[in-house]
Each structure stands twice: as C-alpha cells, then as structure tokens.
Design a protein around this ligand. Structure first.
Ligand code: NDP
Length: 496
C-alpha cells in the first residue's frame, strides 16, 4: 500500500482534522505526570488536553511530514496508532506524557558505508543500517536483514514493530533493527565473510550485551551470525556471548533458537484454535517462504498432525498434497541454497508454480513466513473463498491492511506478527539469560519454555482485546498490551 492510500484509510477512520486540532491547540502541550517529575507540574487544565483521536491524528500528521519517502514505516506506524485509541482513552497520562510523539522517533539511527572486495578483486560498497528505536525495557534487540530491498523505511518499520513485539513477550528487551542492502544470493562463502567483517568493523561500536543485541533475519542465518560474532570478538578483544543471539549451540547459542520463530507461530495458531475447542490436527496448512521461519513452521505443523502443503521463495511456490518433506526442503534451501523449483523436480507428486504466491491453494490455516506485504486483498479473498479458518503471521507485516480487514470481517482468526512470530525474539532473550548465567538448557526444556511464552503472548493479546472492547481482535490486543507496557516504563523513566 502506498503512502496516499495509508493516509486515506486513516482519514476515513478518524474524522478529526489536523487543522481543527491545531486551531484548538496551536502548540500541543506535553504534560508530565506529577509523580514522575514533581518539580514540573502540569499547568494545563484537563479541558486543554488533546483527545486520544486528536493526539493520534497529530502524531500521524507529523510522522507523514517527517518521513515522506518511507511507506513501510508509515504503514507500520498507522497500523499501531490506529489500534490503540482505546488505550489512550483509558490512560490520558500517555497522551499528556507525549508517549506517541517520542515513540515514533527512533532513539538513534546509524547509517554507514560497508566497503568490501569481491572474489574478482572488485571493490563493492553497500549501505549499513542500525535503527535503535527504544531501550526503555532493556538493551536494543532486533535482527539484521541482508537483502537488496533493504532501505531506511524497511529497517524503521521493522524496528518500530519490534518495540511492541518485544514488550509483549514480557522479557526485558528494547526494540531495534538493522541490516544492509547487500544481496547474499550467489555470493561465495569468502565474499559473505568479507562483507560480514566489514559490516561489523563499523557496527561493533554501537553493540554490546547491555547496549544492543542483534540476531538474524532475512539473509542472516547461522553462517552470517558466525562471521559477525567472530569479527566483533576480534575488534573488541572480548568473547561477549550476550552481544548476539542465534549463535551456534556449540559456542554460546541456545537450543531451539533456530526453530523458535516457526515453532512459535504454530504454537500461536494452536492457542487461537484452542479458544474455539479446535486443534491443528488434520488441518491443511499453507506456508510461504522456505527460509528459517517457514522451514520450522512446516516442521512443527507436521509434528502436531497437520499437513503443510506449500512452501515458496521469491520465484514461485510448490504445492505438495502429501505434506512438505522438511528434510528435502532443508537440503535444497539450507545446504544447496538452490531455488524452490528444485523441490518439485525431486519430489513425486509435488507441483511448482512460477511467479505466483501460494494463497490460491485451499488450506485451513495460512502462515505467511516470507516477507512484508506478501498477502494482499486478492490473496485474502482467495483464502476466505477456500474456507480458511486462521491466519498467523510468521513474517513481519506480511499482510496488507486491506487483507487484514477482509480476513477479520470474514471471521477468520488473525494472529498479527507482533504476537505470532514473537517466539524468535523471546527465545533470543532466553539465550541472553543462559549466556549471562553461563548455563545451557536442554532442547526439551527450552521448547517447553517457548510454548509457555507463546501461550502467555496469546493470553496477553487476547485479554487486552477483551479489556478494550474488541474481543477476538488480536491486532488491537497485541498492539495495546505491548504499547501499555512500553508507555508505563517511559512515563516512569521521565522525558528521555
Ligand atoms: P530467510 O532469509 O531465512 O528466508 C526468507 C524467505 O522468504 C526465503 O524463502 C526468501 O526467498 C523469501 N523471500 C524473501 N523476500 C521475498 C520476496 N520479496 N518475495 C517472496 N519471497 C521472499 O528469512 P527468515 O525466515 O528469517 O525471515 C522471514 C520473515 O520472518 C521476515 O519477515 C522476518 O523479518 C520474519 N521474522 C524472522 C525471525 C527469525 O527469527 N528469523 C523472527 C521474527 C520474524 P528467496 O530465497 O527467493 O529470497
């Protein structure tokens, strides 16, 4: 969705015009709770305070004016702010404390040059990013993405979402995201290593176990994390395990971190279905992507008695009615780093569809696990027409706002990424705990903890949705529960 249509949707929802607000409040006041700053009590009366709708409209207006070329970031900000009006009504101190105005501006944005030399001896230059959005709940935490599409808008949308997701997990972690427009596809191991080393030569000064703790994301898996961690160790002369998560289990990594996002998304589906007395057993599941999240979502869906029937990459998708063979998929994508079409070539009964997305395949449950905006209105219509029961976002913001609206109005259970894919970062926090305590927990123990965390995340979102008058709306629930926790902490810690 482009910026213009994002803005149009908002204006339809909120009839309060910016001009009217500005007329009444030429300079929107920033009131502080007297308890957090006794020497500076509010001088404005209650009637001068902005309503929640006015406050949201003003903030959106400012964000649009300040970030005109960042459609993904604007989409993410709209999605959160438009859903938390009931929270602001219940907590006028959040409006008075300028929580929204502060939250939409990252605490720090780091852009840097990443020069490296390819195998042919040519100099290459990429751009590196780290957007440290909020450290109010703990050290900045969020993955690194290496993909040619990466730009500031994408990193800011991911960092913004990360604040609320991380809060929802109940762990002490702030929100951040980073990465580069580097494309790892087709690069040799030596090129990947040189790129990672150059990237870390700059980023290391902004990281640390108490400062900022990255992890993987698209294009950053076990291999890249190894090279990045190795270079950090060299340039700092510190083996600081807690400065990166997703490490190999032999050198400080946690059991289940690799599997956590995909497993967690499937656990979240089980929780949503469980509210209605259903389970995944016997259901057909459609999954997009064939990377870290998709592979382990497929794996866990199979273990729970479902039949995952699709997988995809940026070229197309495969459908396998007998159920995706995870071992074959891993061999093709993780070992050979080949295209998904190879799966159909080697698996009898499987079919490859070039240049299309898997949502046209009839399924009971869909778990989009590739990238942002990969499930649009048309895809939602196809899923609904085929009787889909639940959609859970394994990826970050894979569904467009129009798709979400269609799915929710059709009564489809919809688990937003902030809740459904929170298992990855939650397990990263478990990795940090183990590093700090110099302990290693078993796979079974770690998986049990992940399952309990996903049940808690589900309950927090479910209960917040009820509390704010939108029962069953996990978008409102997840955003509200995450936002509340962050906002209380921001008020307590003063104007930072
Ligand atoms: P991977 O790099 O392991 O896999 C990404 C997959 O998505 C690949 O199959 C890739 O195909 C596909 N893909 C990427 N871009 C596009 C595109 N533009 N169109 C279609 N397919 C595309 O990444 P992850 O599995 O780690 O991440 C997937 C999603 O999950 C992302 O949105 C990420 O932010 C989110 N996420 C990941 C977490 C984690 O722990 N890894 C945690 C929480 C969220 P191809 O090979 O052709 O590029």
């Amino acid at each position: 969705m482009d910026v213009a249509s994002v803005a149009a949707v908002t204006r339809a929802i909120d009839a309060v015009t910016v001009d009217r607000v500005k007329e009444r409040h030429p300079r929107a006041p920033l009131h502080l709770e007297s308890s957090t700053m006794p020497s500076a009590p509010s001088t404005a009366s209650a009637t001068e305070s902005l309503t929640s709708a006015e406050s949201i409209r003003l903030v959106l207006d400012t964000v649009e004016a300040r970030n005109p070329n960042e459609p993904e970031f604007l989409q993410a900000v709209h999605e959160v702010l438009e859903s938390i009006s009931p929270v602001l009504e219940a907590h006028p101190e959040f409006v008075d404390g300028g929580i929204l105005e502060r939250l939409v501006e990252p605490e720090r944005q780091i852009l840097f040059r990443v020069p490296w030399v390819d195998d042919a001896g040519r100099l290459q230059v990429n751009r590196g990013f780290r957007v440290q959005f909020s450290s109010v709940l703990g050290p900045y935490k969020g993955g690194l993405r290496f993909h040619p599409s990466v730009n500031l808008s994408i990193i800011k949308f991911l960092g913004f979402e990360q604040i609320f997701k991380n809060a929802l997990t109940g762990q002490g972690i702030g929100g951040a995201k980073g990465g580069s427009d580097f494309d790892p596809h087709g690069r040799s191991n030596a090129e990947i290593m040189r790129f990672c080393q150059s990237f870390m030569n700059e980023l290391y000064r902004h990281l640390g176990e108490h400062t900022d703790v990255p992890a993987g994301d698209i294009g950053v898996g076990a291999r890249e994390i190894g090279y990045l961690f190795g270079q950090y160790r060299k340039v700092t002369n510190r083996h600081e395990s807690g400065m990166f998560t997703g490490k190999g289990v032999q050198w400080g990594g946690a059991e289940v971190r690799t599997e956590a996002t995909g497993y967690g998304a499937v656990f979240f589906v089980e929780e949503m279905l469980g509210v209605h007395g259903e389970t995944l057993h016997g259901k057909r599941v459609g999954i997009s992507g064939s990377g870290n999240v998709a592979i382990y979502a497929i794996d866990k869906a199979r273990q729970l008695g479902a039949t995952p029937v699709t997988a995809s990459d940026s070229s197309g998708y495969v459908v396998d009615d007998a159920g995706i063979d995870v071992d074959l998929l891993r061999q093709i994508k993780e070992v050979e780093r080949a295209r998904i079409s190879e799966y159909a070539a080697r698996r009898p009964g499987a079919r490859y569809v070039e240049g299309a997305r898997p949502w046209e395949v009839p399924v009971d449950v869909a778990i989009p696990s590739a990238t942002q905006n990969e499930l649009d209105q048309g895809d939602a219509r196809a899923l609904i027409a085929n009787g889909v029961r639940a959609v859970a976002e394994g990826a970050n913001m894979p569904s467009t706002p129009e798709a979400i609206e269609l799915l929710q109005s059709a009564g489809v259970l919809f688990g937003p990424g902030k809740a459904a894919n929170a298992g990855g970062v939650a397990t990263s926090a478990l990795e940090m705990s183990q590093n700090a305590a110099r302990q290693r927990w078993s796979f079974d123990d770690s998986e049990a903890k992940l399952r309990a965390i996903m049940a808690d995340v589900h309950d927090a979102a479910f209960q917040a949705a009820e509390r704010y008058g939108r029962p069953g709306d996990y978008v409102v629930g997840a955003n509200s529960a995450g936002f509340e926790r962050v906002a209380h902490a921001m008020l307590a810690q003063g104007v930072i």
